[in-house]
Design a protein around this ligand. Structure first.
Ligand SMILES: [Zn+2]
Length: 374
């Protein structure tokens, strides 16, 4: 509630400042610049968050700097966040993630898994994964008889014991972390995703399957005070991955793609917390197609213009439109939407396997909401 009031005041002051500048001096440039986009929405958008950054700026800058250093030192591989050199380079980041894993593991009563950070440029950046292996330790105990006179040893018995160690690790994408640190409730969102991965470890899931996803979701939801935080975390990752996939063909600078995804997705989730129609879509291809079409219809010149504020706003506007007015995004009769989605599945092959192994946004949300009411 407090936050809303502050937001409103901020908006008011900003509007006033622009007005004063335009009336009193030649700085009236502000007005045509805003109007050139043809919307009051940009003014509202800026007023709400004038610097286009998170309200959590200091921590965001620290994490960004640390990830940047890790990327330049280790390239694009997956790194061990508990390694001493890594911890020395990125102490805040390591502390944030490892601390989260430690807490979730304690809650789940499992041995703390290893913790990896994925730096590779791909949509794995908005992903987390759990891996596990069984290490079989063979212990051999030999018993000898020693001849007292000669000192010679004779093997009389061999006993073999086997012991199985479960080794697990959790890997998170660096961009997943950068996406979440934007928000004040970052520990909760992180715990939701880590809880899901720990769920896979607890149930010893060996392959990807819809039923395993549901099981991991249930496990994570039980660990959380507010079970619907899991929906927020999963929605943010799924939207970010779809925006990333579409945006990377428009913008060549990878760093800019990641930055645009983060700012725009965070802002959309603030304005449309349930992602509108996309949050309850009955297929991932539908979400991917809506986001793709919305960005296709956006002004790409603005997105690549180099003007950060205009670019974020253009991406935000397109993605918000995908959530709130998908029919306008598709712009074709409803019977043709199905064909567009099939076409998207053909182009983006990951969607074909994804639909066999992951629940639809509708099913996932329905299950989590059902248990959150209990
Ligand atoms: Zn999963």
């Amino acid at each position: 509630m407090n936050k809303q009031i502050i937001g409103l005041l901020g908006g008011f002051c900003m509007g006033l400042m622009v007005g004063v500048c335009a009336d009193e001096s030649d700085q009236g440039l502000f007005i045509p610049e805003v109007l050139s986009l043809g919307v009051n929405a940009l003014a509202d958008f800026k007023a709400d968050r004038p610097d286009f950054t998170s309200d959590n700026k200091e921590f965001v800058e620290t994490v960004d700097r640390e990830i940047e250093m890790l990327r330049s030192r280790y390239g694009r591989i997956s790194i061990d966040l508990e390694d001493e050199d890594v911890k020395a380079l990125a102490p805040e980041l390591a502390n944030f993630i490892c601390g989260g894993v430690q807490k979730v593991a304690e809650h789940a009563k499992i041995k703390k898994p290893g913790i990896k950070l994925q730096l590779q440029d791909s949509n794995l950046q908005y992903n987390a994964a759990a891996r596990q292996a069984r290490q079989i330790n063979i212990l051999t105990k030999n018993t000898y008889l020693v001849n007292q006179a000669t000192g010679q040893k004779t093997l009389v018995n061999t006993e073999t014991e086997t012991d199985v160690d479960k080794i697990s690790d959790i890997e998170v994408g660096a961009e997943l972390v950068r996406l979440f640190v934007w928000r004040r409730d970052r520990p909760v969102l992180m715990a939701a995703i880590l809880g899901h991965e720990v769920g896979h470890i607890v149930f010893e899931h060996q392959d990807e399957a819809v039923v395993n996803e549901h099981e991991a979701d249930l496990f994570a939801a039980k660990l959380l005070k507010k079970k619907t935080d899991l929906i927020v975390a999963l929605d943010m990752l799924s939207l970010a991955a779809h925006v990333y996939n579409s945006l990377k063909s428009i913008v060549t600078d990878k760093k800019l793609v990641y930055d645009l995804v983060r700012a725009a997705v965070n802002r959309v989730v603030m304005d449309v917390p349930d992602l509108g129609e996309l949050g309850t879509a009955t297929s991932h291809a539908y979400v991917a197609t809506a986001v793709f079409n919305a960005l296709e219809k956006a002004d790409k010149k603005i997105i690549v213009s180099g003007n950060w504020e205009d670019a974020v706003f253009e991406v935000y506007r397109a993605v918000k439109r995908a959530c709130t007015v998908p029919s306008a995004v598709f712009g074709v009769p409803s019977e043709e939407i199905q064909a567009l989605c099939l076409e998207m599945e053909r182009k983006a092959t990951y969607l074909q396997s994804f639909k066999l192994t992951h629940p639809t946004p509708f099913n996932r949300r329905a299950l989590i909401e059902a248990i959150s009411k209990k």
